[in-house]
Design a binder for this molecule. Structure first.
Ligand code: C2E
Ligand code: MG
Ligand code: MG
Ligand code: MG
Length: 291
């Protein structure tokens, strides 16, 4: 907020429009260099099955440690990068990091699937499926170990363009998930026509379900709808035991959220996976499944 006091500008902690614009502009112009300089990394958040709590996969979430701005959230820079037409570069980067991770797990005898978030703009690139097929082949990763998460609104923005690309990706054997489900057009009928395998209930409903009966009703109906369409239902934003227990009782298939783990650096994820397998040894054999 800007205010003037005795002709002198006083700035509060809320940045002005000009500052926001300048920051966005800098982020966009610096993005490619940031990738090269190692400022951008990928963190991974585990997903576990209900009720077994087996690790079924991880979601790749991009992180940018900017030398001047510090940690910049993807909710801020991904839209800027998208608007600048650079999202192809971002997606390739995250995809390659993720496939490289899965490849090294395979070499250790672990089959863990990875989910990569796509942007609407990826679905406007006709060559995208070929690029993905090429990356899978280069890393020697089977397509079923890769999931793409796309938002409902992303698909709905231009369905005529997005659908053939989704069909091609699905045809390769890649798992497709609708992210943030319930927040968009809530096109329940439309969901039936999409070549998708999973729905991810938006975290706003999952976070609210303990205190808000309408959120609880939304979660319950998405679980039922998803299952009636033969889809795997994933809940994101699982922060509390109570929510996990409720989801389990409803028959929700997979849980993801701070209760299970926050997104972790590659190094910390390794430690987390090790600790879990060590803990389960001697009790019941914990298998790592693919979703
Ligand atoms: P998303 O794909 O819906 O990811 C879920 C977001 O919720 C992540 O935020 C995650 O850190 C956060 N989250 C996970 N569990 C919990 C929980 O229990 N409680 C709460 N309150 N939050 C939780 P993050 O990492 O900041 O990412 C935000 C969004 O940015 C993502 O939403 C996704 O749309 C986008 N994004 C992230 N990485 C990429 C990427 O590589 N490419 C593209 N195109 N978009 C990305
Ligand atoms: Mg996601
Ligand atoms: Mg989401
Ligand atoms: Mg989101």
């Amino acid at each position: 907020v800007r205010a003037t006091r005795g002709g002198e500008e006083v700035r509060g902690y809320v940045p002005s429009m000009g500052q926001i614009f300048l920051r966005r502009f800098q982020m966009v112009t610096q993005f490619r260099q940031a990738l090269e300089d190692g400022q951008v990394s990928v963190h991974y958040q585990p997903k576990v099955s209900l009720p077994g709590k087996q690790v079924v996969g991880v979601e790749a979430l991009v992180r940018w440690q900017h030398p001047e701005f510090g940690r910049v959230d993807p909710d801020e820079f991904v839209p800027a990068v998208e608007a600048a037409g650079l999202v192809g570069v971002l997606t390739s980067f995250v995809l390659e990091m993720a496939l490289d991770r899965v490849r090294r797990w395979l070499d250790e005898g672990l089959r863990i699937s990875v989910a990569v978030n796509l942007s609407v703009r990826n679905l406007a690139d006709e060559d995208f499926p070929a690029k993905v097929a090429d990356a899978l082949a280069r890393f020697g990763v089977p397509a079923e170990l890769l999931t793409f998460e796309l938002t409902e609104s992303g698909v709905m923005a231009d369905p005529a363009r997005a659908l053939p690309i989704l069909r091609e990706l699905h045809g390769l054997g890649i798992v497709l998930a609708v992210d943030d489900f319930g927040t968009g057009y809530s096109s329940l009928a439309y969901l039936r026509q999409l070549p998708v395998d999973q729905v991810k209930i938006d975290k706003s409903f999952v976070l609210g379900m303990g205190t808000d009966l309408s959120d609880l009703a939304v979660v319950r109906s998405i679980v039922e709808l998803g299952h009636s369409l033969g889809l795997t239902v994933v809940a994101e934003g699982v922060e509390e035991d109570v929510a996990r227990d409720q989801l389990e009782a409803m028959g929700c298939d997979v849980a993801q959220g701070y209760l299970i783990s926050r997104p972790l650096s590659e190094e910390r994820l390794e430690a987390w996976l090790l600790a879990r397998t060590a803990r389960s040894r001697g009790h019941h054999a914990e298998t790592v499944l693919t979703l």
